[in-house]
Design a binder for this molecule. Structure first.
Ligand code: PLP
Length: 421
């Protein structure tokens, strides 16, 4: 009750009435913003948000009613976002350690559960140490600047995630961008970069728009030849790629050749939030001293730490969940290919159904939703012009029937729109 009274006092009894700022500058700002928003709508790149009224999971209800839909567009690869043990662990951490720390880590924001989770992450990846961030976006934003100086060089795949690109922008190293997964181009850039003190090759382990996997063996061979370090972003790999779900480095047999891994707790590992860097201990020690998103942002909330910690326990106990996801991915990819669709990438639960035309991708995605299948169409500028697609993401908690219903719906909708020969 006191909260309601306090809010009423603050807003003079009427909660909810927004007050527009007055003055010429505010009016000018409003006009500029409205015109920018109109441009975005005009360009056809407006992103609207569907409101979900249930937990994240293979089946969802959207706000406003309607039937349950089957969800194929979350990064909930292992279905842990609504796993009962993960939810229980979050509730226990909330109860025992409170809602949050009201502090950054180095002032009074480090609890035993933060240290335990960092140790568990390092053990999972077989690295020396790990450091937590509020997100992997922050881990990427804080990593390059803390490590690289104008004497150094960073070589980045042109299709790396926006957060890697932004992290690299923030650092003062010499920047080289190599063509997507093009080893000849990477070698040429490594030769050019020999003049610098230190070379770091940075790549996504798995690329989220195409479901393709970086050629890490070749990257590591080149890195060895030209005395470079390798950094990978494993957001779309941690927990499920490789025989025991350690990620792309395990899948491709180069765990001892990749020096630094950044990844997220917000996708396969429970889906709450959070990110991390794992690697050599002195590097992690340096990040704790220098990395700005770590130093100047609040600690991860205990419930979030509880989720991720339990997710890692489940994955370290058994790889059954990851294997179930791999089998479902295989089922979807082979049935869709047999139906006549082109699916980009290989063996990855990100299954982009390639359609080419932006309008086709958008109307087909809408028609799929009308048939109870939730998928999203992607077109320029998110993907190159002429390469529009519907991205389907498979989860361990999809049933075989869910997968088959999705393929049937694609086949019907594809025929209707002439996307199948
Ligand atoms: N890196 C990649 C490759 C991603 O796909 C994402 C999320 O979309 C991120 C980093 C950012 O992760 P987080 O959601 O933890 O900030």
């Amino acid at each position: 009750m006191w909260r309601v009274a306090a809010v009423r006092a603050l807003w003079g009894g009427g909660v909810g009435a927004p007050r527009a700022a007055s003055g010429a500058a505010a009016a000018q700002l409003r006009r500029r913003l409205e015109s920018e928003l109109e441009d975005i709508r005009g360009a056809g790149t407006w992103k609207s948000e569907r409101v979900i009224a249930s937990r994240q999971g293979p089946r969802l209800r959207l706000a406003g009613g309607g039937a349950e839909i089957i969800n194929f567009c979350a990064n909930n690869y292992l279905g842990l976002s609504s796993h009962p043990e993960v939810i229980r662990a979050a509730a226990e951490a909330l109860e025992k350690f409170g809602a949050g720390l009201s502090s950054v880590r180095f002032i009074c924001g480090t609890q035993s559960i933060h240290k335990d989770l960092e140790e568990k992450i390092a053990r999972f990846h077989q690295r020396e140490d790990a450091i937590l961030y509020a997100s992997c976006f922050d881990a990427n934003a804080g990593f390059f600047e803390a490590l690289l100086t104008p004497e150094d060089a960073v070589l980045s795949d042109e299709l790396n995630h926006a957060s890697i690109i932004d992290g690299i922008r923030l650092c003062k190293a010499n920047k080289y961008r190599y063509k997507h997964m093009d080893m000849q181009d990477l070698e040429a850039k490594l030769k050019e970069a020999q003049k610098h003190r230190l070379r770091l090759v940075a790549t996504d382990g798995a690329f989220s728009m195409d479901g393709d996997i970086a050629p890490l063996r070749e990257i590591c061979q080149l890195a060895q030849k030209y005395n470079a370090l390798v950094f990978i972003d494993e957001c779309h790999a941690t927990g499920f790629l490789g025989p025991s779900g350690r990620g792309t480095d395990e899948l491709l047999g180069v765990m001892d050749k990749v020096t630094i891994i950044n990844s997220t707790l917000g996708k396969a590992l429970g889906g709450a939030a959070g990110g991390y860097t794992t690697g050599p201990k002195p590097l992690i020690d340096l990040l704790r001293q220098r990395s700005r998103p770590y130093l100047f942002s609040n600690s991860l909330p205990p419930a979030v730490v509880g989720c991720a910690s339990k997710a890692l326990d489940l994955l370290m106990e058994s790889n059954a969940i990851a294997q179930s996801m791999a089998a479902k991915t295989q089922r979807f990819r082979s049935k869709m290919t047999a139906a006549g669709f082109t699916i980009s990438g290989k063996d990855h639960p990100i299954c982009p159904v390639m359609l080419g035309d932006a309008r086709l991708a958008s109307v087909m995605a809408e028609d799929m939703l009308n048939r109870g299948i939730y998928v999203i169409g992607f077109s320029y500028p998110v993907v190159p012009k002429g390469k529009a697609r519907i991205r389907v993401q498979i989860s361990a908690v999809h049933s075989d029937e869910d997968i088959d219903r999705c393929v049937e719906a694609f086949t019907e909708v594809g025929r209707k729109h002439g996307a199948l020969s």
